[in-house]
Design a protein around this ligand. Sequence first.
Ligand code: HEC
Length: 467
Amino acid sequence: MATTIEQHEETKAKAEPELLGLLAEFDDPDELIEASMKVRDAGYRKWDTHTPFPLHGIDEAMGIKWTILPWIVAGCGLTGGTIAVGMQYFMNAVDYPFLISGKPLFSIPASIPITFELSVLLAAFGAFFGMLGLNQLPKLYNPIFKSDAFRRVTNDRFFISMDAKDAKFSEIDTGEFLKSLKPIHVEEFWSDTESAKLPRSLTLGLSLVGVVMLLSVGLVAYLRTTTSPNPRIHIIQDMDFQPSLKAQNTTNLFPDGREIRPNIKGTIPRGQFKDDNIPFYYGLKYLPEDQDVVVIALQDEKKADDKKATDKKAPTDKTPAEKPAAPAVVDPIAAKLDKLPWVTEFPVPVTEKLMARGKERYRIYCSACHGLGGEGDGLVSLRAMELLQGTWVKPASYHTANVRKLPIGRLYHSITNGVRKMPAYGSQVPPEDRWAIILYLKALQKSHQIDANTISEAEKRKLRDTK
Ligand code: HEC
């Protein structure tokens, strides 16, 4: 033993090629398995077998233990899942709590997709890199490759390689031991003596690439911290620059420099001419002389608020006489609206088809807030009331005296432009459908006003039976 250790130290001191291990060659798989058992039983730890094809039983013969890879994968997967849940909890419930439709800030079902994805991702990384790490891969070169005999390992020969790093390894004893296994032959393999230096041309090329990379990083850093009066260099033009005019751009084509053109006086865009059917489009019998009132009422409630300061006459006009049930606080917009000549007759033919259409549209656009029966008990409203959100205004019931007395033109206006807290539906519901909805709304109102005594017994029974 002592002599071999000395030999080792000598070779190291002289920086000569180092003995890396011993290679034993067999020409029969069964012999290899038998030999492997002996090596295993002799207590060697750092050694390996090399075969042209997978050998049954070689794992047991070598005493290879179960891989710990599954534990690595499980660990990585759990780490991923924990990070995902923690991250989502921190972001959604702690760092940036944002209430959306009254949903909880953090909930498991909503967090499942990301948790699943991150668990799978980290588990896959664990499997891939764990496998590489445990196998000490990637290894581009192995000194055993220099052995001529070893080339037949992919063909018809079987090898045992003993690593010199094994605690039990000694050149002479291990050599003798290998010979006792009766291989075809045993040989040593040594570390390389050739210079590990890269070829000059490669070193130069790599340095050049390195310099270019540093330059580009430097350039990016420089450009990010400075400004330039020049536009960006636009290499791929696509169709990014076109002579067509855009809303917010300037041009010297027109004296005022604007690209967007104001309406020319006395003209109307195609499809926008509504004055030939004012009742249908505005819900008004005619456009009043004081067009301003209509514009204010129909388009800009804010302006009306500002105007009220200068225009003090309007609210006092005839409000007290006409509105016995007027609320204590006079809504200036409502006061103006009250004075407009709203239509009271439908400007479209009232048919069963229109009623059916109105019912369908009502259920799509209005019932969420106003409820199927128009009592102001839609599901959205119920939920909002349950959450006690301060900004929620309960939708009006259609069955109060105030709403019942509104002329249909006024209801049309409410749908088109919204009313106080109710949003406008003009952009979503075309005029024809607005009238259909109003027809259905009127029917709903009527359904709540019928005296039970005026209904025949047969009809009562029918109503009771229909669900
Ligand atoms: C987003 C919920 C919501 C939807 C959807 C909604 N409304 Fe309303 N509506 C309200 C609220 C809230 C009020 C009460 C407004 C107030 O008093 O500030 C209201 C009031 C009304 C009134 C009383 C109007 C008045 O002039 O005083 C009518 C009529 C009405 N809505 C009809 C409709 C119709 C028709 C639809 C479907 C096109 C509809 N609403 C859709 C919330 C809604």
